[in-house]
Design a protein around this ligand. Structure first.
Ligand SMILES: NC(=O)c1ccc[n+]([C@@H]2O[C@H](COP(=O)([O-])OP(=O)(O)OC[C@H]3O[C@@H](n4cnc5c(N)ncnc54)[C@H](OP(=O)(O)O)[C@@H]3O)[C@@H](O)[C@H]2O)c1
Length: 387
């Protein structure tokens, strides 16, 4: 299908530009010579943010995500949207629909499974419209989708995949709001190709992960790597790694102190119950909003994170790998802008709902700044990236 003839001009829009991560994406985009249109629902905040930025003023567009016609008008002439306004379970579908109407590619930085699934449900329509839908171009799922692809390449007969993130810094307020939003939904894993809900207290989730060598000095001394307890988590990889690798059994985790893991079976149902009450949910949101917006500049500059993956084939053979990465929000900014560049650089194909490693190639993640393999049993990872 020819998609380039009716494409809007080569221009892109950053929605949620004045949010914590939106600002980092805007900074990174400017550093790399882009001039994105800054967008969000509050004109005054957009103007104030634009005026903080160096150079000649960027175009701004203020529109909310409630009315499809308003969104379509907001996206006029736009070639791609990098969507940074979450929780995406609230904002992702309206923006995807807007992109389908406007013929614009859609990227976001979500880690929320329902948003990925919503994109894949729209894949056929996106193909017909010549549009790409690529959720998850941040800390989740770029590194883990890359590891999944590399490990599946090293063991094509793998039947089981596990992924984990170790991100020792504090989350942003927006991330916390998104976690609060997701807690009532419960824990999911992928089994036999299907998303299934599981009790996080189950024995199958009790495991430790070797995140690789522990730095002996510097800001991350003792805080990164090592053998750590992990808690199961509903990462977006349950949607993407399945499509990227075809492996039907997937479990995701995040490094979590052992005492918190022990509390999970009691604490999570309790939290779910409390958060199902609207006044308590609102109080929790207010409390998060009153806290820090996210890690400060120094924490973003000096912080590091790790991503781990393991595949096995059911006969006892397994391969593992650990990537080290910049701090989570710094990584999201640099990966998000590079994913957008890589997507815009693609010719007419592929279109539809896409995964990062499935689109940009096995090894793309290894070419991102500050990414290195710190532990691997899979020889394929020891080689420099080739695609
Ligand atoms: N997967 C990853 O690796 C990753 C990494 C970083 C961030 N994230 C996600 O990115 C999202 C943003 O995080 P953040 O730290 O930047 O949060 P933030 O500072 O709270 O910013 C959120 C932005 O979203 C806008 N927004 C929220 N709800 C909206 C709605 N219904 N309509 C229009 N705009 C809306 C807010 O605008 P107003 O101020 O006008 O409400 C604000 O600009 C979160 O969901 C977070 O989990 C994911």
């Amino acid at each position: 299908m020819s998609t380039s003839l009716n494409r809007p001009p080569h221009e892109w829009l950053l929605y949620g530009a004045y949010g914590y991560t939106g600002r980092l994406l805007a900074d990174e985009a400017l550093r790399r010579g882009h001039r994105p249109i800054l967008a969000g629902r509050d004109r005054a905040r957009l103007e104030a943010f634009r005026d903080e930025l160096p150079g000649s003023p960027l175009e701004i567009r203020a529109f909310a995500l409630d009315d499809p016609d308003e969104i379509a008008r907001g996206l006029e002439g736009v070639r791609a949207v990098l969507h940074a306004a979450g929780p995406f379970v609230r904002t992702g579908i309206p923006m995807m629909e807007g992109c389908l109407r406007a013929g614009a590619d859609y990227l976001d930085i979500t880690g929320e499974v329902p948003v990925f699934e919503a994109a894949f449900e729209r894949s056929e329509r996106a193909r017909e419209a010549g549009v790409r839908l690529m959720p998850g171009v941040g800390m989740d799922v770029i590194p883990t989708d890359g590891i999944a692809a590399l490990l599946a390449g090293a063991m094509p007969e793998a039947t089981r995949l596990e992924l984990a993130l170790q991100s020792p810094g504090p989350p942003s307020a927006g991330t916390l709001q998104t976690v609060l939003e997701g807690i009532p939904g419960g824990l999911f894993v992928r089994r036999g190709g299907r998303l299934v809900r599981r009790n996080p207290g189950r024995r199958e989730f009790r495991r430790r992960v070797d995140f690789g060598p522990v730095p002996g000095e510097g800001p991350m001394a003792g805080r990164l790597g090592g053998e750590r307890s992990v808690a199961p988590y509903t990462w977006g990889d349950l949607a993407t790694a399945w499509r990227t690798t075809g492996i039907d059994d997937i479990t995701c985790y995040m490094a979590t102190p052992a005492w918190q893991v022990r509390l999970l079976p009691v604490a999570l149902p309790l939290l779910r119950g409390l958060l199902s009450l609207a006044p308590l949910r609102r109080a929790a949101r207010r409390r998060v909003a009153a806290g820090p917006a996210g890690p400060d500049r120094e924490a973003r500059r000096t912080g590091r994170s790790r991503a781990w993956g393991r595949v096995e084939d059911g006969t006892g053979r397994a391969e593992e790998a650990v990537l080290e990465l910049p701090e989570g929000y710094s990584f999201t900014a640099l990966a998000g802008v590079r994913a957008l560049e890589a997507l815009l650089a693609l010719e007419e194909e592929p279109v539809g709902a896409l995964t990062p490693a499935g689109t940009f190639g096995v090894g793309w993640v290894l070419d991102l700044p500050g990414v290195e393999v710190v532990r691997t049993t899979a020889p394929i990872l020891a080689r420099p990236a080739t695609s």
